[in-house]
Design a protein around this ligand. Structure first.
Ligand code: SAM
Length: 291
């Protein structure tokens, strides 16, 4: 049985290797690029010498040249290779994530993402954040739990290598249930980075934020994606609607700026630790004070 498991793990690693190789060849044939642009290179990437601190409270390396619109960042290249819509032009989150996460690429941080779907973004986090523990939470899986646990693939899902599996855990939970969010925080938190890419309804975003903002480490980030839904009635939102979660982010600005005058003003639990709120098209980033 043990020998069977080992050979199964080896087979899965071989499948991952071959599929990554095919993806790299595909990219090469489309763009003519090799060098430091693809998964193959990213996997063999050597850790740069770094004197930085571990965790999200370390020094930020916000290099301007990485974010020049003329250049394609590593994040964007990896995102295209794994097939996540985070780097699609209509989202453009590659214009946001590198400025917050590039300096954490070789740090042993912990990242929670709500929303597994086909595992594309999990594969992206694995390859972009090379020492991070990646935690996923989803109320359903494409084809059974084993797929969401990264142990099996379907033609459309990503399988994780054994090294990646050691850095991964999955929680079968519903983000609209407060106690489900709390369970994930208790079992795997606190986190340096939390990303909400789940149901995108106002109720789901509000429920997770209410519980999980306090589960972000000092110096960390709470990020909510796809906020165009805050303007759509079918997600419980609407332009300047009372129910839109954009009100939370706008009012958090009052918490941050008004703190010296009104210490008791609060919008969600844990916002007394918020140091900044930055919103870009369809995505908001809440920064937690370094402590
Ligand atoms: C946009 S997809 C996630 C995409 C993925 N992060 C990526 O970039 O590849 C949204 C996911 O949220 C999950 N989801 C929907 N409602 C949820 C809920 N109430 N709790 C947890 N997950 C939920 C869906 O099952 C789906 O897998």
């Amino acid at each position: 049985m043990k020998g069977y498991k080992i050979s199964l793990a080896r087979t899965l690693d071989a499948i991952t290797f071959v599929s990554n190789l095919l993806l790299l060849l595909h990219l090469t044939s489309v763009t003519g690029e090799v060098g430091d642009s693809g998964i193959g290179q990213a996997m063999n990437e050597v850790e740069p010498h770094s004197g930085g601190n571990a965790g999200a409270s370390g020094q930020r390396g916000r290099s301007c040249k990485l974010h020049s619109p003329a250049k394609v960042s590593r994040f964007q290249r990896l995102g295209k290779l794994v097939g996540t819509d985070k780097v699609d032009p209509h989202h453009g989150f590659h214009n946001v994530y590198p400025r917050y996460l590039d300096y954490l690429r070789w740090q042993p941080i912990k990242l929670l993402e709500i929303g597994f779907y086909k595992g594309s973004s999990i594969k992206l986090w694995m390859q972009y954040l090379r020492k991070a523990k990646i935690v996923s939470m989803d109320k359903m899986c494409v084809k059974g739990k084993e797929v969401c646990r990264g142990r099996m693939s379907t033609p459309h899902t990503q399988v994780l290598s054994s090294e990646e599996l050691r850095r991964f855990s999955f929680h079968h939970k519903d983000q609209t249930i407060e106690s489900d969010n709390a369970d994930v925080c208790e079992k795997d938190g606190p986190f340096d980075v939390i990303i909400d890419d789940g149901a995108h309804t106002m109720v789901s975003i509000r429920t997770s934020l209410k519980v999980l903002l306090s589960c972000v480490k000092p110096g960390g980030y709470y990020i909510v994606e796809d906020l165009h839904t805050a303007y759509q009635a079918e997600y419980g939102g609407g332009f300047r609607s009372e129910d839109s979660v954009m009100n939370i982010f706008k009012e958090m600005m009052d918490v941050v700026n008004n703190r010296a005058f009104n210490k008791s003003y609060s919008v969600v639990p844990g916002d007394d630790r918020v140091s900044a709120v930055s919103c870009f098209p369809q995505i908001c980033v809440v920064e937690i004070t370094k402590g």
